[in-house]
Design a protein around this ligand. Structure first.
Ligand SMILES: [Zn+2]
Ligand SMILES: [Zn+2]
Length: 306
């Protein structure tokens, strides 16, 4: 069994599928909406830092991705609410303790505010629901892991009829294929299922605030993939690819203007009300940097036309 790059390759996440396609023609109303979205996006640009050049070992140094402009996103026919898809679901998998439950509660709260959809928590599933071949002991370190693709396969037939997407939260360590070390999370753009693990995000009983920030950042990122948003290469952004905890910790949780426009358009959100809600959440949960960022975004949008 080959361990990629002497066992050091570790991906923050993988987005599967999603290919550019011609989007539908725009109605006059939608054209007007797009003008408003672009105008709001421009107002946020001064608040965000352009993507810094990749350092050796960074995600983009290993995977030189092209990124995705807002226009490219519009042309990609991403999953959107509609067709009876109204709700986001979070699926707990495997054992969880009090710390995990607190992380889950906060995640459900933030996902609802960020993506503007109701979020429901499904009944937990035990690890025994996975086939035996979906588990392994890490060939070098010996820790138990579960195969992230097997988790996605488990989710697909259980997806509720009204689910826009189902995101699985597990404390088990994940690996995406035999020659990979681990993965923080993985999502399928087309299948509307994703999984992320808190296994490598710290011990919530000892460093809850750090675990909370990391967990929320991964949840927003993986859910972004399920909305068809690919890795961002334009700004320092929550949708940046990441290959280590150190890189993830340096990246902001909030999304950049380009990625935010995708969310606003996809779900038809009012960005002002959304930033007020996000800032309230971050400030109430002790997420100081995120509170400042979302409050500044709110103020920038409110200052327009004054
Ligand atoms: Zn990703
Ligand atoms: Zn971005």
């Amino acid at each position: 069994m080959r361990i990629a790059r002497a066992g050091v390759l570790a991906l923050a996440c993988l987005g599967i599928g999603g290919s550019p396609a011609e989007g539908p023609a725009r109605s006059p109303q939608e054209a007007k909406t797009l003008v408003a979205i672009r105008e709001a996006g421009r107002a946020l640009v001064p608040l965000h830092e352009r993507k810094r050049p990749a350092r050796a070992g960074d995600w983009l140094a290993r995977f030189p991705e092209a990124g995705q402009t807002f226009d490219e996103y519009l042309g990609s026919s991403p999953n959107r609410p509609g067709q009876g898809w109204t709700t986001l679901y979070v699926q707990p998998l495997g054992p969880s303790d009090e710390g995990q439950r607190r992380l889950l509660e906060a995640t459900v709260d933030l996902l609802g505010r960020f993506y503007g959809l109701p979020v429901k928590t499904l009944e937990p599933i035990g690890l025994e629901a996975l086939p035996p071949e979906a588990g392994r002991l890490h060939p070098t370190y010996g820790n138990p892991q579960i195969h992230s693709l097997a988790v996605l396969d488990l989710l697909k037939p259980r997806r509720p009829a009204d689910a826009l997407a189902v995101l699985c939260l597990t404390a088990s360590d994940l690996y995406p294929q035999d020659d990979w070390n681990f993965v923080f999370g993985q999502a399928s753009l087309g299948e509307r299922v994703g999984v992320w693990s808190t296994s490598r995000l710290g011990d919530p009983s000892k460093e809850f605030a750090t675990c909370l920030r990391r967990t929320l950042a991964v949840a927003l990122h993986e859910t972004g993939h399920m909305f068809g948003i690919v890795h961002c290469t334009a700004y320092e952004c929550g949708m940046n690819g990441s290959n280590s905890l150190a890189v993830s910790d340096r990246a902001p949780m909030p999304f950049c203007p380009e990625c935010e426009m995708k969310v606003w358009w996809n779900v038809g959100l009012d960005p002002v009300a959304r930033y007020r809600s996000l800032a309230d959440f971050a400030e109430a949960r002790g997420l100081a940097a995120e509170g400042r960022a979302w409050r500044a975004s709110l103020e920038a949008l409110e200052a327009r036309g004054r």
